[in-house]
Write a protein that binds this ligand. Structure first.
Ligand code: PAF
Length: 282
């Protein structure tokens, strides 16, 4: 596996690969890798000649400085995992590389209503930061395919929109959520859970499965109230939000409609750790 932290050296290497007709799959990450990320790497390795992973904790997508400071950084372990997963290239730029002080003004993106709900509403500026860094990375790497987990489903839709608006090169591929054996969605944040929080955390998935089983027994608003009540009854948890939305547009579901794909989205706060998950309802 080759490691680059310099843009021009990486691009020189990528040009050589592209000149020999190699397809490039790209997995952007913020490090603290787990098997969810590795499943993206493996899918990319299966579908492309060359797989490149970036590791960059992007400051502009954190609206809370405490969250940025406490974000886990495990570079050595990450490199070992990527090596073991047969990743070909890892790109580990510094903040100065991605945000040079003399750089031109950052773009303000218009993601429309996709940005006004859920994570966009709770974390002002978050998706502007995600859009900024993903566009920079796509512009540098120009991959054929780029892989994103469906756990961050709203991010996936935003990146599809970004790619469409700016006619960026890659096809965006959404990959299934990878879970621990007890159902907890894999996340870099899980490593910060205390023992007791970790024992309780699968209750999020259990509650989501309960919601899916009970869509015929409740209206959307009743189901939301019931899920909020269940989560808040767990002493380790506080509900951030539970929302039911149309899968393509994230428009909130007021009443169940036939022939519509709905996804339920949840955020649960466990101490200062924010866990997110979602489930397809139909
Ligand atoms: O999902 C993430 O880890 C980040 O939001 C991403 C896409 C790597 C951009 O920093």
């Amino acid at each position: 596996m080759r490691t680059f932290n310099n843009i021009s050296k990486l691009q020189k290497h990528l040009i050589e690969l592209k000149n020999s007709d190699k397809t490039i799959g790209f997995v952007p990450t913020m490090g603290a890798l787990h098997n969810g990320h590795i499943s993206l790497i493996k899918q990319s390795c299966n579908e492309n000649d060359i797989t490149i992973c970036s590791i960059f904790v992007n400051p502009t997508q954190f609206n809370n400085i405490g969250d940025l400071d406490s974000y886990p950084r495990t570079m050595d372990a990450d490199i070992n995992m990527l090596e073991a997963a047969d990743c070909d290239i890892v790109f580990t730029p510094t903040i100065e590389t991605m945000y040079p002080s003399n750089s031109e003004k950052e773009i303000i993106f218009n993601f429309g209503s996709l940005e006004l709900v859920m994570e966009g509403k709770d974390r002002p500026g978050h998706f502007q930061g995600v859009g900024t860094i993903v566009k920079k990375l796509f512009d540098i790497i120009k991959p054929n395919n780029a892989y994103f987990g469906k756990k961050d489903y709203q991010q996936l839709l935003i990146i599809k929109e970004l790619t469409k608006q700016y006619r960026l090169t890659p096809k965006i591929i959404g990959c299934e959520i990878i879970r621990e054996n007890d159902g907890l969605a894999m996340s870099s944040r899980n490593m910060r859970l205390s023992n007791e929080q970790r024992i309780q955390a699968p209750f999020i998935r259990k509650t989501m499965l309960w919601a899916k089983e009970n869509i015929n027994n409740y209206s959307p608003s009743e189901l939301i109230l019931e899920v909020e009540k269940r989560i808040n009854s767990n002493p380790e948890m506080k509900i951030g939000y539970f929302e039911i939305s149309e899968a393509d547009t994230l428009i909130k579901c007021e009443q169940w409609k036939d022939n519509t794909d709905y996804i339920a989205f949840i955020v649960v706060e466990m101490g200062d750790i924010r866990l997110i998950d979602n489930i397809e309802l139909f």
